[in-house]
Design a protein around this ligand. Sequence first.
Ligand code: NAP
Length: 397
Amino acid sequence: MAKVLIIGAGGVGTVVAHKVARVPQVFTDILLASRTKTKCDAIAQALGGNKIKTAQVDADHVPQLVQLFKSFKPEIVINVALPYQDLTIMEACLETGVNYLDTASYEPPDLAKFEYKWQWAYHDRFKKAGLTAILGCGFDPGVTGVFTAYAAKHHFDEIHYLDIVDCNAGDHGKPFATNFNPEINIREVTQRGKYWEDGKWIETEPHEIHKPLNYPDIGPRESYLIYHEELESLVKNFPTLKRARFWMTFSQEYLTHLRVIQNIGMASIKPILYEGKEIVPLQFLKAVLPNPAGLGEHYSGETSIGCRIKGIRDQKERTYYIYNNCKHQDAYRETGAQAVSYTTGVPAMIGAMMFLTGKWQKAGVFNTEEFDPDPFMEQLPLHGLPWHELHGIDLEL
Ligand SMILES: NC(=O)c1ccc[n+]([C@@H]2O[C@H](COP(=O)([O-])OP(=O)(O)OC[C@H]3O[C@@H](n4cnc5c(N)ncnc54)[C@H](OP(=O)(O)O)[C@@H]3O)[C@@H](O)[C@H]2O)c1
């Protein structure tokens, strides 16, 4: 008997709600809460059969969260609202004795910079309270950490080079749209590039380093080195890494739109006065861009995300590539959401399941690679994300 509270009713929240409702043997009581209750109600209605309850909450306010947690008494909260809400939800968890899981690291609204330092600072308090917090349990971050831990456990004595490769070879039919929350997405992809090499971080201009990489069942796609949050925890948790990088594909069309958006000031997070009212240009842009949760119906193609690793086993150099491909239309048929939401929501559900079944339980704040990868890897294909391994191949990197 386990009660789970999901916070956030966007694209990812839709998938988490569908997936959690399909595992009643683990999740016996489900509450979906978000800022706009009608969105929760629409998801509950699509699921049918009174499978989940809904509630309204403003997760920026700890007292509101505390009240909700005290009345529903969840064992774990799955936070799939925005990164801005991570700390308030963690505070409310500590105040009410609830365990925590999210898919994106905290960023302050007025500073486009994601770092784990704010959430790692909660470690001692969670430990003292005997509570578990699982950070970044989507696909990337999330499964990429589990893939790396699995590789380190089963295939290498030491891992030396890690390249996380994220390809979306899908077509949503719109001139420009983001695959998850536009504000968070644009803040992420317009940052300076950064990677780890020989014990230090190296910064690049945004999108300065790029090259075509071949993705399974997709073929070559231009891939851009960007900074991504899991690099921070992975280099800490795998100190044998000599280099760790993250690559993401972007189409020329996407990059051209992005450049224009930046050039005309619409990517700015600094408030401006518009007709006597303060607005943030990027938040205004979000309001006019397509809603990522609604892209699924006409989305064709697939995503391919994986880890390319080089290291040593029995004193010999080895190469290894582990990945998942996910088709947008398969995700849409099952949940009404596209593959980017799907590949995030499924691991969030599995992470909560790992906690509730006692496989990932330790007091404190942890990233996914700090748990045993095996039980998680077993569940991935059972819930729609099969994974594949290639050994001894040219990693192209
Ligand atoms: N790890 C990964 O692989 C990965 C990949 C993609 C996304 N993500 C993360 O997943 C999260 C959700 O993404 P998404 O695409 O589903 O975003 P989304 O469609 O914008 O949904 C966000 C939801 O959070 C709700 N929300 C926002 N502020 C809130 C508040 N103060 N209180 C309560 N609810 C609030 C929104 O409510 P309204 O409907 O009222 O706006 C919306 O329902 C983001 O943090 C994103 O960074 C992770």
